[in-house]
Design a protein. Structure first.
Length: 324
């Protein structure tokens, strides 16, 4: 294990989704997926505008918890963001999903179907046993009311983190990972592993009819690299599509206020040092500076938004000591 001073990313604090209508999304996530409301605040001013790279932003931030994990629904109250393209596919480079762990796939799927979801998968799929990394895992992909990609996932006893196998009365347990489509595994590993200090948890290849039905992509074959931060918690999965190949790139003009925007909040131990390292390595910055927050009730005291090599948003933060 490296020294603490070398380690950059400690854990994933939350995953932020830009939404069209906060009330609608709040109702969906609490009713359909059993998230619990933690806080509902509205922020504005130069600091938040500089952080998100959106001039004059006024943002409602609804924080939800499922198990140990947090999601932030971000509604830009004074700016209408562009919708997610309705023709999006699972191999487009803006594809990013949250994997929500369930204790019983059939019950969870039946519950979910009474809500206005748009399915991606034909039905829940079971990964074949010959797939060493994820054989026996059951999954179902769908979209929320804004078109954000979500996945229900069930782990057999020999797969997944220990916490997913504790006795629980809840049907929905928490968030295991966020999966992002990438154009090149080595390029992404340079960013997430070499620059941010995340560690490879597993590698696998998903293919055949099961993956096609899961992704709604004919002949789908995808190379998966699972990464975890040092404090083994929520992970990031890199999805590198071999078949049908790379989808469309993320438009460079998309901003944080556009509905496709999802930001993974990574808690780091030394933001200045990391920002300097990222600048030297040509990483793209959205924030104009490291933003300092003096409001002690805000969940973090420093933040800086950057993009990974394919345009996925990564919010680097230093937590307040008293925050969730």
């Amino acid at each position: 294990m490296s020294n603490q001073t070398d380690v950059q990313v400690q854990r994933i604090r939350a995953i932020g989704l830009t939404v069209t209508n906060g009330e609608r999304s709040l109702e969906f996530y609490t009713q359909a997926l059993a998230f619990e409301l933690i806080s509902d605040i509205t922020v504005e001013g130069q600091d938040y505008s500089d952080l998100e790279g959106v001039t004059g932003a006024k943002i409602r931030i609804i924080t939800l918890r499922l198990g140990d994990e947090l999601v932030e629904l971000m509604e830009y109250l004074n700016i209408q963001g562009k919708p997610i393209p309705s023709y999006s596919q699972s191999n487009d480079l803006w594809f990013q999903h949250l994997a929500i762990v369930v204790i019983d796939m059939d019950r969870a799927y039946a519950h979910l179907r009474s809500f206005p979801i748009e399915p991606i998968s034909v039905a829940p799929q079971t990964i074949p046993p010959e797939n060493e990394a994820s054989g026996g895992v059951r999954a179902f992909k769908f979209k929320d009311p804004d078109g954000h990609d979500l996945e229900l996932i069930w782990f057999p006893p020999d797969k997944g983190q220990d916490k997913w196998h504790q006795n629980s009365h809840s049907l929905f347990l928490g968030i295991d990972h966020s999966a992002i489509v990438i154009s090149n595994t080595e390029q992404s590993l340079h960013f997430y592993r070499d620059l941010l200090g995340m560690q490879i948890d597993s590698r696998g290849l998903n293919w055949r009819a099961t993956q096609s039905r899961l992704d709604n992509l004919p002949g789908a074959e995808v190379k998966i690299t699972a990464l975890r931060p040092v404090q083994d918690d929520v992970g990031i999965e890199l999805l590198d599509y071999i078949v049908p190949g790379k989808g469309r790139p993320m438009p460079s003009y998309w901003k944080s206020c556009d509905i496709a925007h999802i930001q993974i909040e990574l808690v780091v131990n030394n933001l200045e040092q990391l920002v300097d390292k990222l600048r030297r390595n040509g990483v793209q910055f959205v924030s104009s500076r490291i933003v300092q927050f003096s409001d002690r009730s805000f969940p973090y005291r420093q933040g800086c938004l950057v993009k990974d090599p394919d345009g996925h948003a990564i919010l680097l933060i230093v937590n307040n000591t008293n925050s969730v």
